[in-house]
Design a protein around this ligand. Structure first.
Ligand SMILES: Cc1cc2nc3c(=O)[nH]c(=O)nc-3n(C[C@H](O)[C@H](O)[C@H](O)COP(=O)(O)OP(=O)(O)OC[C@H]3O[C@@H](n4cnc5c(N)ncnc54)[C@H](O)[C@@H]3O)c2cc1C
Length: 342
């Protein structure tokens, strides 16, 4: 069997990032292991240690594939505390300063607001707490205390009383976040995660969207010598592709030519690794068409912008394919983007 295979692109929505600790850890682990292609090491109990290892080594970008939304104020049926919630949200905004950009604060409009919601990914929360650390304000103790309550593996107990801010705090579920988003698109609380299989040329276009978070299969760490080289099926070869066998069929000269070129490139790579070069150096010869797996996470505002730019005839056909699949996912959960396609 040839060491070169051709596979089609794939877009797999992972849904809104989960709010509970164990599901959150599992998603971060799955995204993180994509970089090293070590998914086979995932077990029932591997997520916590893996995420803590990332945290310890400051590989915090992987922790961005997560979302923690705190509901601050009234919970359940208990009455709102006398405490002035508006003063609390103002104090938080003031304390966060430039870090506000990494969070969303949203208060339900209306005459009787029962609190507000504050979101951020795991990395944002970790770094926000660090930035507040130096400031002797109750804001830090308050946030740290509640983050520790819900995510004891990830946030230390600040061991201080939150008596100064006696407000109820709960986690907002994905369903609640989505309901708010449909009603108030500006709330922008949920974080939507997609796993995308595409070529390296297209991942390079994806990562230009700076408001998203990314974790991508690494050509530095993954050694393709024994795995073989997988390429994304180019448009020209689609009529010859047998999806089940992940191979090309037919006697076409086009197929033969593609195989010949791809095998020559892979032989170059394999030869370099065999003579002792590291994969990170041998990769220089790998083509843009190399299959790459990437997790991409972002909020509705980011994905809406992405679809507007990329589901367009001006965009590359393969990133347009991705934008259309993302659009389909959002339509399936009743989030529509005006169709301005040309
Ligand atoms: C059809 C098409 C052709 C393209 N051709 C090229 C090309 O030839 N060469 C090339 O280099 N790129 C090209 N690009 C990529 C393009 O320039 C953008 O990098 C990419 O589309 C991401 O868009 P964005 O910056 O709006 O999105 P994001 O980076 O996701 O930003 C979203 C929004 O956040 C705000 N924002 C984010 N960062 C900043 C910042 N630092 N300062 C101010 N505001 C910010 C802006 O409002 C921005 O619209 C092309 C894109 C398209 C769609």
């Amino acid at each position: 069997m040839s060491a070169v295979r051709f596979v089609p692109m794939e877009v797999t929505p992972q849904g809104a990032a989960p709010c509970g600790e164990s599901d959150l850890l599992r998603l971060v682990e799955l995204a993180g292991r994509t970089a090293y292609k070590s998914e086979d090491r995932i077990t029932e109990s591997s997520a916590r240690a893996f995420v803590l290892m990332l945290k310890k080594h400051e590989h915090l970008s992987v922790l961005e594939h997560s979302n923690i939304v705190l509901k601050i104020g009234k919970t359940g049926t208990s009455p709102v505390h006398e405490f002035d919630l508006e003063a609390v949200s103002t104090a938080i905004v003031k304390a966060l300063g430039p870090r506000n950009g990494f969070h969303r604060l949203f208060q339900t409009p209306g005459p009787t607001p029962d609190g507000f919601a504050m979101s951020g990914n795991l990395r944002s929360w970790i770094e926000t707490l660090r930035s507040l650390d130096l400031q002797k304000i109750s804001c830090r103790a308050f946030l740290a205390r509640h983050l520790h309550r819900f995510f004891p593996s990830l946030f230390e107990d600040p061991v201080v009383s939150d008596a100064e801010w006696p407000i109820e705090v709960s986690l907002m579920s994905e369903a609640e976040q989505l309901e708010l988003l449909r009603k108030y698109p500006e709330s922008d609380l949920p974080l939507f995660v997609f796993k995308i299989v595409c070529d390296r040329g297209i991942t390079h276009e994806l990562v230009r969207h700076r408001v998203f978070s990314f974790t991508q299969e690494s050509t530095r760490y993954v050694n393709y010598k024994n795995r073989g080289m997988i390429l994304i099926l180019p448009e020209e070869l689609q009529p010859f592709h047998d999806a089940q066998g992940e191979r090309l069929t037919g006697e076409s000269p086009t197929v033969a030519e593609w195989h010949r070129r791809a095998e020559a490139l892979f032989e170059w790579y394999r030869g370099d690794v065999e003579r002792g070069l590291k994969p990170e150096i041998a990769r220089d010869i790998l083509p843009n068409l190399l299959k790459s797996e990437i997790f991409v996470s972002g909020r509705w505002s980011g994905w809406e912008h992405f679809i507007r730019l990329r589901d367009s005839r001006h965009a590359h056909p393969r990133i347009r394919f991705i934008a259309r699949e993302v659009r389909k996912y959002f339509e399936s959960i009743d989030l529509k983007i005006e169709d301005t396609r040309d």
